[in-house]
Every structure is written in C-alpha cells, then in structure tokens.
Write a protein of this length. Structure first.
Length: 175
C-alpha cells in the first residue's frame, strides 16, 4: 500500500513538472513576431511599480503638491480596505474600493470613465508593506489599460499609519 501511495505521489509531481516545462516554451513561442499581444503580467507591473520608479510618488512630494497654491491638484483615490479609509485618509481623497476586488475595480472604472485620459490621478492603499499590497497593482493596471497617462501611485513603504499619519501629514478620520 505504501509503495502505491509513493508511486501516485511521484506521478503527480512528475506531471506537474512536465506541465510547467511544456507550457513555458508555448508562452515563449506565442510572444514572437506577429503573435497576438499578451496581457501585462504581474511581473511587468511589479517592475513598473518598483521603489524609485517614475510611476510612484512619495508622501512628502504629494503633501507638497497638495499644499502648494499653484499647479494642478490630483484626483486622489483610495483603493484599499474601507476600514482603513474610515480610520484615516488623505483629505480630499475618494474611497473607491479594494483594488484586489472585482467590485473595487468596477467602481474605479465608473469613477474615471468620464475623465480626460491626461487627468492627474494619484491612488494609494497603505494596508501593508509595499511588496505585499494586493490592491495597488490591479488598480494601476486598470488605469493603464483604460489609457490614463498621468497616473501616480503613492509609495507607502510600510503602511499608511507609519508612512503618512505618524509623520504628521494631513488626515481626516471617518466619512
């Protein structure tokens, strides 16, 4: 009986490995000249949103823009959990819904649909450390897919409390 279980386990492992090996060349072959475009992958999105990239704005720079009497003010959208938004959020920001949720993405689409594609938009989450946030990349990808060209993501390295609230930047609670 033990040998049968071991044999079945070995077959499953070999099958999974074979599926990975077979699918990889297929994906590479599809990406050649004349192939249909392949949607942006999570890895591509992650590299575009790497710390220091042009698509990010740090909290200090956003505060300076918001407090400046001159210049265009961005539309600020929160794509994180509602509870965190209720606890504290950036003044003037609008709660959209979690970017990792289909309802949040649909809400984002509805909110931006009438806007010119050059509208200055900043969105943020702040639920957890940057590399683990499930909300900013899907929201960024959606706005990029919709053709928006002036989008920035607020870079929150640890969480909204540590990187915004505790630094004394303007916040509103509730609403």
């Amino acid at each position: 009986m033990k040998s049968l279980v071991r044999c079945c386990f070995l077959l499953v492992v070999v099958g999974i490995f074979a599926a990975m090996v077979v699918s990889t060349p297929y994906a590479v072959a599809r990406s050649g000249p004349g192939a249909a475009p392949i949607p942006q992958t999570e890895a591509q999105s992650a590299s575009e949103l790497a710390p220091g990239s042009a698509q990010l704005i740090n909290p200090e720079d956003l505060v300076n823009i918001l407090q400046s009497p001159k210049g265009e003010k961005p539309l600020i959208l929160n794509v994180g959990p509602h509870l965190l938004y209720m606890q504290a959020h950036i003044p003037g920001s609008e709660y959209i819904g979690a970017g990792s949720d289909s309802q949040g993405i649909e809400s984002l689409r509805r909110r931006v649909k009438p806007l010119p594609r050059k509208t200055f938009i900043v969105f943020y989450c702040g639920c957890c450390p940057w590399g683990h946030c499930p909300n900013v990349r899907p929201a960024y990808n959606e706005l990029h897919k919709e053709g928006f060209t002036n989008v920035k993501v607020l870079y929150i390295a640890d969480n909204f409390g540590a990187d915004w609230v505790y630094k004394g930047y303007p916040t509103i609670k509730g609403q």
